[in-house]
Design a protein around this ligand. Sequence first.
Ligand code: KDG
Length: 359
Amino acid sequence: MKKFLTIMLILSFILLALAGCSSSTKTNVDAGNAQVPEKKDAKVRTIRAGIGLTETHPEYKALIKWKQLVEEKTKGAIKVEAYPSGQMGDDRTMTENLQMGTLEVTIPSTAPMVNFVKDFAVYDIPFLFANSKVADAVLDGPVGQQLLDELPAANLVGLAYWENGFRNLTNSKHPVASVDDFKGLKIRTMENKIHLEVFRSLGANPTPMAFTELFTALQQGTVDGQENPLVTIYNSKFYEVQKYVSMTNHVYSPFVFLMSKKFWDASTPEEQKIFVDAAKEARDYERKLIRDGNDQYRQDLIDKGMKFTDITPEVHQQLVEKSSPAVEKFIGDGADKLISTDIYNKVKAAVKEAEAQNK
Ligand code: KDG
């Protein structure tokens, strides 16, 4: 009897266990009908965007506009984190990180881009664009796009050109009103062979340097001067370490809005269109902020104690003639050249057409 009871007890345990499994199976079966919890959050992808300029600069304000447009139009599927003031490194470092996929967006000047796509050097030709209308027509036109189309080969995607601006010379030594006044000045240039050669041709003593090191170099007297648009001179507080501004307007500098190709390729066509459309809307906003502010930046810099020198048409012509040969040696199709004849000819033709339309 005892044995019978023991067997019955074991059997009942087994039955109970099976019922439990079936109930868990049942649960699983019922799971199809149960309230399956919403995914807490569909995987939100993050874009980290680094620039070298400060939060007060229109470039940062336009990046925030781009952030707002992208987050709104992707309905939160993509979040943008903006990092100004070189927090993510200098232009070349940030661009290299885009190539590796460890950063998603940066918006450098085209000058250091020459280290990644040589043809961007065409934008460093002194006095190439007479005014911003001509600049916009060339940059936003077919040849500007052809240059952007060279970027994917370097694991980069160019979405649009923004405005850095017309570059003017500053220094701590003396006013610069003539070509002779450049003589011997230690001038920081961007890391770009054409900029170096142009300032050598004017008699200066140029030093290539990342933007992130520039303020300290001016403060310590490592260099006497630098060249940048008024908006950058003001927002980077160069008036604290520079005395003289010469309105040379010697180069129009574009920014290029870059995205990591790795992130671009992982995005849908709809997201890619959102990125580009937002970059163009923010571009127009940024260009307007800078252009509407230029007169005020000049007055603000005067109020901060800087002394302005305007360059006469005669001196302007002398600067053009003195600097042009420095560029010629970089034009051609050899390995030692920077600007291909195709790009050079197309840009010059586009400039001519834009000038004719803006007469
Ligand atoms: O990151 C900031 C730079 O892209 C920009 O300021 C470039 O004009 C420039 C310079 O002088 O380096």
